[in-house]
Ligand binder design. Structure first.
Ligand SMILES: Nc1ncnc2c1ncn2[C@@H]1O[C@H](COP(=O)(O)OP(=O)(O)OP(=O)(O)O)[C@@H](O)[C@H]1O
Length: 479
């Protein structure tokens, strides 16, 4: 009979009450130590989260996220139909061919979960026969399962999809709201600084290389700088409802280009109100459609002259021309596209046709000849006429700020990035300047422009006004 309390029968042979009693101090000490460690970890975690969020993320947040991802992966794949199979789904049963669902589905491999400052990245290896589409559709399900702000799925590499996991929305953070012109790291030496006069290159000595055309205009949600690069995408379409942040974005880009050896031309058929602050740095400014048609015609003629120049030197683009023969790049900014297309009378029709045809020709011919088009508008629709889809096809760079109608979102993003349409429709109207934009390596991404106050913009324009090049056939606005 085992000594101890009546009725107590230890389940494990050899474990007696005396033994348990002798272990008790050790068990209590271990529990106290464990409790103290847990409390200390919670305190350290809370302190770090407040004082050093990045350290907190690497030490606590990321390991927790990775555990959650691994633990939920099976359920997620089963519920969102992301599984594959390594067996045939069709078998012969007597004279019949039977098709069925595999009982033992095979999970795609979730690999390379790596911490990043914005969250994490991971790679999913697809099984033969799997396509990326279900993974793109399951992005929302992944975000819910892992308790993160968003999951972006990039499916451009064969056999795998890359996940970008964003733990929070960096674009709506208060510190982004207060972003200033000087905070972003300069893109390259020629980039603008907070003291514009320091960044100005003398036009004569500057060597025009394509890289000069990248304008750092804000921050992307993955923490990288948002760059509108006319080398990667020669022409851009920007859509945004009133007060969504179009002018702010254009101001940021113009301020960057203003310090470079670049000619800026404004087409602002709303009486020149929007682009007036840039006027001193512009090589030409159209304030109505008749002027726009003339300026665009002159630019088409300039494009044809450049074509002849390239032919003469055996060059395929202006960057292959010798530096002394190379013409200055031209960036044509069209604010409010609808004003170019809308017609009320017969006379309007001819004028609109002349302006829009020349704009389309510039977009078709300009890329290699250093003539770039940035087209902005509150909305873009098929009601503008057949020319608008032809123009859109040339504008490979897309930026969609908050817009009021679905058609404009689809016109801006739907043809190139169908999965970006939802993201653009969810832009919070309360936070200005947020956009869904073309991103070279990531397909599309959310980003927010830097806010440049009218005084800062005026300072940049005043300091760079003398750099405005003269273009053949065009008169600068202040001349
Ligand atoms: N990136 C940003 N960060 C902070 N505030 C911004 C940002 N972008 C825009 N805003 C705010 O939103 C206001 C409206 O922006 P903006 O004038 O650029 O809009 P818009 O689309 O050009 O409007 P409209 O078509 O009526 O001219 C600005 O005055 C500014 O206060």
């Amino acid at each position: 009979m085992t000594p101890g309390f009546p009725g107590f029968a230890p389940e494990f042979p050899g474990v007696t009450l005396e033994r348990i009693q002798s272990w008790l101090p050790t068990i209590v000490t271990a529990a106290v130590v464990l409790g103290a460690v847990i409390v200390a970890l919670v305190v350290v975690s809370r302190l770090l989260r407040r004082l050093a969020p990045r350290v907190h993320w690497y030490l606590f947040g990321f390991p927790l996220l990775r555990t959650r991802m691994r633990r939920s992966w099976r359920h997620l794949c089963l519920n969102a139909d992301l599984t594959g199979t390594d067996r045939p789904t069709t078998e012969q049963l007597g004279p019949l061919l039977v098709r069925g669902r595999p009982i033992m589905p095979v999970l795609p491999l979730l690999r390379r979960i790596r911490p990043r400052s914005f969250g994490a990245t991971a790679v999913i290896l697809l099984h033969p026969g799997q396509v990326p589409e279900p993974f793109v559709n399951a992005a929302e399900a992944m975000a819910h399962a892992w308790g993160v702000h968003a999951v972006r799925v990039d499916a451009r590499r064969r056999g795998r999809v890359r996940l970008t996991i964003l733990t929070a929305d960096p674009l709506t953070a208060k510190r982004t709201e207060a972003a200033t012109w000087a905070t972003g790291p300069p893109l390259k030496e020629a980039a603008m600084t907070s003291r514009p006069s320091e960044a100005i290159e003398p036009l004569a000595s500057a060597v025009a290389v394509p890289a000069d055309l990248a304008a750092d205009v804000g921050q992307r949600e993955d923490g990288q700088r948002w760059v509108v690069d006319l080398v990667t995408f020669p022409h851009w379409l920007i859509t945004g409802a009133t007060q969504s942040g179009k002018s702010t974005l254009i101001n940021a880009a113009v301020a960057r280009w203003a310090a470079r050896p670049v000619a800026l031309v404004g087409i602002d058929c709303k009486g020149g109100m929007e682009l007036a602050p840039h006027a001193p740095r512009l090589s030409a400014l159209a304030t109505d459609r008749a002027e726009a048609a003339d300026i665009l015609a002159a630019l088409v003629a300039e494009t044809q002259r450049r074509m002849g120049l390239c032919r003469q030197h055996g060059a395929r683009n202006i960057w292959q021309l010798p530096p002394d023969a190379r013409p200055v790049p031209v960036v044509v900014i069209v604010d409010e596209l609808a004003e170019l297309y809308l017609v009320a009378s017969r006379a309007d029709k001819d004028e609109a046709l002349r302006a829009t045809t020349n704009l389309l020709r510039l977009a078709q011919l300009g890329a290699a000849l250093g003539v770039h088009v940035i087209v902005a508008g509150q909305r873009v629709g098929s009601d503008f006429g057949p020319g608008v889809t032809a123009l859109r096809a040339q504008l490979a760079g897309r930026i969609c700020l908050r817009v009021n109608d679905e058609e404009t979102v689809k016109m801006t993003l739907g043809d190139l990035y169908p999965d970006a349409v939802d993201a653009a429709q969810q832009i919070d109207p309360a936070v200005k300047g947020i956009a869904v934009t073309t991103a070279d390596e990531a397909g599309w991404i959310r980003a927010r422009s830097v806010y440049l106050s009218p005084e800062e913009l005026a300072a940049v324009i005043a300091a760079t006004a003398h750099l405005a090049p003269r273009l053949p056939g065009l008169t600068p606005p202040d001349a």
